[in-house]
Write a protein that binds this ligand. Structure first.
Ligand code: ZN
Length: 291
């Protein structure tokens, strides 16, 4: 499931492939995108840059336009070199689209054509968005004034991340359980369900503690751990899978996430799982280490 680290990596890959390139073809199944395209054609414009803010992926398009996408649970962006002979299969109504990620020829996936939402073709690459549930064109000058991007808290993966501001925004939610507060993108941006559980384990804080019951230094420490864990996972080396434990063993990458019933890597007690918060998101924790 894409969290801030995944989106930042995707943005970097898309930026490297598309920035400065002229769009030759634009297609989408979303009427609200094709309507904009019909009124002010996207083809012919340059992609200026691609960046991530929290879990939003933003593509700046010449003419002060931003394509904002959000992956939610299953969406993903991919690029595909147009020189690849299999690219032609994309142009006909085949049932499946085969593509290769930029990571290397050994990694191949297949996604059904009906999951294709957006296609952006430039001379060297085509960018494809699959199963992306949220996509809109936003005028560049309104991006930071109104809407979900404007409401984001400090981005844990931004170079200008403001830890004090993030702590203040968390502290302003005293009645929330800390696990839910960490998911609130208006408090701080980038954390999803995996890092939520991992950060709290590393800090030895119970996910059910109300924010108001946590001392300020505890919040500061939580935010520092979140930055450290997410930054460690944004590099190219992290593409093989997230790691919070500093262990090289691929079966020991995470402390608690998806480890229900397995022994805690610190104390041996069985890892617990519960649904938590208004969206009933899974929380994993060790009752002994995080009491
Ligand atoms: Zn434990």
């Amino acid at each position: 499931m894409p969290e801030g680290d995944t989106i930042h990596r995707a943005a970097r890959t898309l930026h490297a492939a598309l920035a400065g390139q002229r769009i030759e073809r634009f297609e989408s199944v979303f009427p609200h995108l094709t309507r904009v395209d019909a009124e002010q054609p996207i083809a012919g414009r340059c992609v200026e840059r691609v960046e991530a803010r929290g879990k939003h992926l933003l593509m700046w398009i010449e003419g002060e336009l931003v394509l904002r996408t959000h992956m939610r649970m299953h969406g993903s962006w991919h690029i595909w070199p147009r020189s690849d002979p299999r690219y032609t299969s994309l142009r006909v109504a085949s049932d499946s689209i085969y593509y290769r990620a930029s990571r290397g020829p050994s990694e191949r996936w297949q996604r059904p054509r009906h999951e294709l939402r957006i296609l952006i073709e430039t001379s060297p690459y085509v960018a494809l968005a699959f199963a992306v549930p949220v996509a809109e064109f936003v005028p560049a000058d309104s991006l930071d004034r109104v809407g979900p991007v404007a409401e984001l808290g400090p981005d844990l993966l931004s170079d200008s991340f403001d830890a004090a501001e993030a702590c203040a925004r968390l502290a302003a939610r005293p009645d929330l359980e800390i696990a839910d507060a960490l998911l609130d993108q208006r408090a701080l941006a980038g954390i999803g369900n995996v890092f939520k559980s991992e950060v709290l384990f590393a800090a030895r804080v119970s996910p059910f503690t109300r924010v108001g019951a946590l001392p300020a230094e505890q919040l500061t420490r939580l935010v520092a751990i979140a930055v450290r864990q997410m930054q460690a996972n944004v590099g190219d080396s992290a593409a093989g899978g997230r790691r919070t434990t500093n262990r090289l063993d691929p079966s020991a990458r995470l402390w608690v996430y998806r480890r229900r019933g397995l022994p805690c890597r610190r104390c041996g007690a069985p890892i617990q799982r519960a649904k938590q918060g208004p969206d009933a998101r899974s929380t994993y924790w060790c009752a002994r280490c995080q009491s």
